[in-house]
Design a binder for this molecule. Structure first.
Ligand SMILES: CC(C)(COP(=O)(O)OP(=O)(O)OC[C@H]1O[C@@H](n2cnc3c(N)ncnc32)[C@H](O)[C@@H]1OP(=O)(O)O)[C@@H](O)C(=O)NCCC(=O)NCCS
Length: 168
């Protein structure tokens, strides 16, 4: 059975993501915190896309990533309540660990849990023999806490990326 990890903040534990049981809670959290993501940004400019709100599409994208065979995904739980998640993917040929989607319920942010989840991911990279680590993050203000967490874990910007969009 896969292991759980104690984060030493409150009673927070990271346990392996379980798509069947965790999806509803995580989708709700994603709909509260991903307002700076591409789905929310395009909706704010073009209105509803595909007849559903950005939270639906963002949760769908993230759940698909977390459920992929190559992804290691963990759900953060405190006192039986799902409060967030983190994830990563290992490239065992090039020994590059890539930090994946991570997030925390709004009321849980600012407790240094994001940083603690990143400590956990970096420890896994080391244990798995990775030599490099990568992450992609947007550069808008909503992603400033995430950028701060990555920078404080030693990541340096290699290049900026633009998300481009238009109506047809
Ligand atoms: C990214 C995220 C998980 C961080 O969680 P968290 O528990 O709040 O993070 P921490 O408390 O460990 O650290 C946040 C850091 O950002 C800093 N910060 C917070 N708001 C900030 C802002 N507006 N501008 C700059 N830095 C900011 C904090 O001071 C802290 O830095 P410090 O440790 O040097 O003091 C959380 O903000 C989140 O869920 N964001 C929405 C989803 C997201 O962007 N996910 C990552 C992209 S995949």
């Amino acid at each position: 059975m896969a292991q759980s990890y104690v984060l030493n903040i409150g009673e927070v534990v990271l346990r392996p993501f379980d798509a069947r049981n965790d999806t509803d809670d995580l989708a709700r959290i994603i709909g509260q915190i991903w307002g700076g993501g591409n789905n929310a940004l395009t909706e704010s400019q073009y209105g509803l896309i595909g007849g559903k709100s950005w939270g639906h599409w963002q949760a769908k994208e993230i759940m698909s990533y977390l459920s992929a065979a190559q992804c290691s995904a963990y759900t953060a739980v405190e006192a039986g309540k799902i409060i967030g998640f983190c994830s990563y993917v290992l490239d065992r040929e090039r020994l590059i660990g890539t930090v994946g989607y991570n997030g925390l319920a709004p009321e849980q942010q600012g407790r240094k849990l994001g940083s603690a989840m990143m400590d956990f991911v970096m420890r896994k990279f080391n244990e798995e023999g990775m030599l490099y680590a990568a992450v992609i993050v947007m550069n808008n203000p909503q992603h400033a806490p995430a950028r701060r967490v990555y920078e404080s874990h030693g990541f340096k910007t290699m290049v900026g990326l633009d998300y481009m969009f238009r109506k047809l």
